[in-house]
Design a protein. Structure first.
Lengths: 113, 111
């Protein structure tokens, strides 16, 4: 009963191929986020959503797109994967103003070869 | 300069020791979070603070808004406390409600 699940958990893909990561929540939270975690950089925001069809860029959004067609799902797409996108990707959710804190998914380890 | 700085970056302690991890930030915030990440694992929220002090078991988190500083204390540390501890803040001017993260403190507690 995690409330938030990410899929896949691991993926290896080739440079130039498209990749989609999925974040699914059962908490009905308004806000959803995609972060990447890299050694020496900590967690950095890629994109976030503040409602269905409402998304905005984070600090490292180049090369990524997102979609949110329903409250429970937030998709992160790498249109043409590059080796620099090898990382661990975390999805997170929060309610309005984060009053109830944040919940993180288990992460997706993506390797681009 | 990063908006959220943690110290130390790495910490090794003996089981039973009292541990302190520090977080300083340079922006106005509405809340500060302490998170825990075990090796290869997901991220778990430990505390959310906007003022004062919170305690959960052996963990204590404090925040001084005027000094823009927070500490996470672990009493009677145990090897299972070995993890990366991450400080994150929600900026007060943050329409998107997102967090800004520190670089993390890697803690190892030896038996």
């Amino acid at each position: 009963d995690a409330g938030i699940t990410q899929s896949p958990r691991h993926k290896v893909t080739e440079t130039g191929t498209p990749v989609t990561l999925r974040c699914h929540q059962t908490e009905n939270h308004r806000y959803m986020y995609w972060y990447r975690q890299d050694p020496g950089h900590g967690l950095r925001l890629i994109h976030y959503s503040y409602g269905v069809k409402d998304t905005d860029k984070g600090e490292v959004s180049d090369g990524y797109s997102v979609s949110r067609s329903k409250t429970e799902d937030f998709l992160l797409t790498l249109e043409s994967a590059t080796s620099s996108q090898t990382s661990v990707y975390f999805c997170a959710i929060s309610s309005d103003r984060g009053i109830h804190g944040y919940t993180f998914g288990s992460g997706t380890r993506l390797t681009v070869v | 300069k990063n908006e959220v700085e943690q110290s130390p970056q790495n910490l090794t302690a003996q089981e039973g020791e009292f541990i302190t991890i520090n977080c300083s930030y340079s922006v106005g915030i509405s809340a500060l979070h302490w998170l825990q990440q075990h090796p290869g694992g997901g991220i778990v929220s430990l505390f959310m603070l906007s003022s004062g002090k919170k305690k959960h078991g052996r963990l204590i988190a404090t925040i001084n808004i005027q000094e823009k500083h927070s500490s996470l204390h672990i009493t009677a540390s145990h090897p299972r406390d070995s993890a990366v501890y991450i400080c994150a803040v929600r900026r007060v001017d943050n329409a998107g409600n997102m967090l800004t993260f520190g670089g993390g403190t890697r803690l190892m507690v030896k038996p």
